[in-house]
Design a protein around this ligand. Structure first.
Ligand code: GSH
Length: 223
């Protein structure tokens, strides 16, 4: 039996969604975030040393890292579903976006989250202007331009095909959901990028996505 070690409000929502799309049986072990730090509880480190989510166990196998979990589940149980045939142009797109999601899209979005927190952190009043100035400078000079450039790029790519890997929905779309939902929640993705907004509407209307939300519980981009 596949067990999803599910941290509330986290990337493991994508794994629940993939399992729902594949129609596989699984069980969920739930972990709550620390309400102050938003970090995962210590028990998760008993499953995988980094103590992050998602992580799955399947018999004696433990797999961490979202992209690796997607590959493991499709290799083991996919029967050719949700990814293009190896070696095709669609498969190259699939591989690119599967890695792009965590490798390129998430870092500036995570930096934005961290520097937004730094800006509003409780610090002595005489330090506050300095802290804010540093946070603003990093945001304006590095974080925001990178996010904008990536969003423009993704918007342009979806002008060429309806889904990230081609004409068919794939697990690359599942992997891309977290950065694009994060961008919509806290990094200015909106009506000026209609293709990305339409893509978000289309993924949110899928039955598997909705079922995964029921299983996973509240999901609001806390991290
Ligand atoms: N690149 C990793 C990122 C894992 C990660 O940072 N997960 C977050 C949840 S979205 C987490 O566990 N945060 C809690 C913590 O760091 O304690 C993946 O995609 O699996």
């Amino acid at each position: 039996m596949i067990t999803v070690h599910h941290l509330e409000n986290s990337r493991s929502q994508r794994v629940l969604w993939l399992l729902e799309e594949l129609g596989l049986p699984y069980e969920v072990k739930r972990y709550a975030r620390d309400p102050k730090t938003m970090l995962a509880p210590k028990e998760l480190a008993a499953v995988h040393p980094l103590g992050k989510s998602p992580v799955i166990t399947d018999g004696k196998v433990t797999v961490a890292e979202s992209g690796a979990i997607v590959e493991y589940l499709l290799d083991t149980y996919g029967e050719g579903r949700l990814r293009p045939a190896a070696g095709t142009p669609e498969w190259r797109q699939y591989t690119y976006w599967l890695h792009f999601a965590e490798g390129s899209a998430m870092p500036p979005l995570l930096m934005k989250l961290v520097f937004d927190k730094v800006r509003t952190a409780p610090v002595p009043f005489f330090v506050k202007p300095v802290v804010r100035a540093i946070a603003d400078k990093v945001t304006k000079s590095f974080i925001a331009p990178n996010i904008e450039r990536q969003l423009d790029f993704m918007e342009g790519e979806l002008a060429k095909r309806p889904w990230f890997a081609g004409v068919k929905f794939s697990a690359a779309d599942i992997q891309m959901s977290f950065p694009l939902e994060a961008a919509a929640a806290r990094a200015g993705l909106g009506a000026s990028r209609p293709r990305l907004m339409d893509w978000l509407r289309r993924i949110h209307s899928r039955a598997g996505y909705k079922r995964a939300l029921e299983v996973g519980g509240p999901y609001s981009m806390a991290e």
